[in-house]
Design a protein around this ligand. Sequence first.
Ligand code: ACO
Length: 237
Amino acid sequence: MVGVLQTETYLYDPDLLLKLDFHQSPAKFNPFISAACPGETWLKVRPLKDGDYDRGFLQLLSQLTHVGPVSRTLFLTRFSQMKASGDYFVTVIEDTRKNEIIGAASLVIERKFIHNCAIRGRLEDVVVNDTYRGKQLGKLIVVTVSLLAQYLGCYKMSLDCKDKLIKFYESLGYVLIPGNSNSMTIRYDESPAVKNNLTAFKRPTPLANTPTAVNVAAGVTADAGDNCQTVSLEFNS
Ligand SMILES: CC(=O)SCCNC(=O)CCNC(=O)[C@H](O)C(C)(C)COP(=O)(O)OP(=O)(O)OC[C@H]1O[C@@H](n2cnc3c(N)ncnc32)[C@H](O)[C@@H]1OP(=O)(O)O
């Protein structure tokens, strides 16, 4: 029987990553690395592929937050939706020795009417496999998607993070803007069943199970305290 070589699909054009100038980033890499040359022959920085379902992509994301039992069909449907929109730049680091995804970060483009119909970027879902941390891969994946945002014409990029990560993002050029860096949230997934699956997360104690006006108000302020800050990166136009 002749084997059929099944080609995989990239979420976005991988050549985009070769056009990024890592010397433009304020991040200090020692030794210097970039998306094109990540420092080891077995490391590859590239767009997400549909085949990454079998390379532990979702297992990696579960080191960041609750993922749930995402079936292959559900994954592929979401992948197709993201690709069709053209606004999702999920970027990964693969350990090609193991055929395993060990780092990820997403740039999501938001289309605006303001600033003459400008676009801005949001940095989401940053994670490095815990056995690979402390080797510059977090910096590498964040700088990659941040430079990509700039290359694509975003006027700024922002992210929400816990207080303990502010220094990490500051070292990559992100700033807390005094008086304008609060992150506010209303959660719609606080049913008891969902909450039971989320016990690993730090939840503010005032949040009750039902979305009364008082509880929603509590939810709004919950993540804005010691838990979350918004930091942003402005690009010179
Ligand atoms: C927008 C968002 O998605 S926020 C969510 C961020 N993700 C998470 O919290 C998931 C769990 N954490 C991780 O996956 C990783 O710890 C990451 C992605 C935060 C960092 O990945 P790493 O590969 O370890 O980072 P890297 O080796 O590039 O470290 C860069 C610097 O940040 C520092 N740093 C890394 N992680 C942390 C942390 N959790 N707290 C404080 N400092 C940190 C390192 O000490 C290092 O400092 P140095 O350059 O002075 O030596």
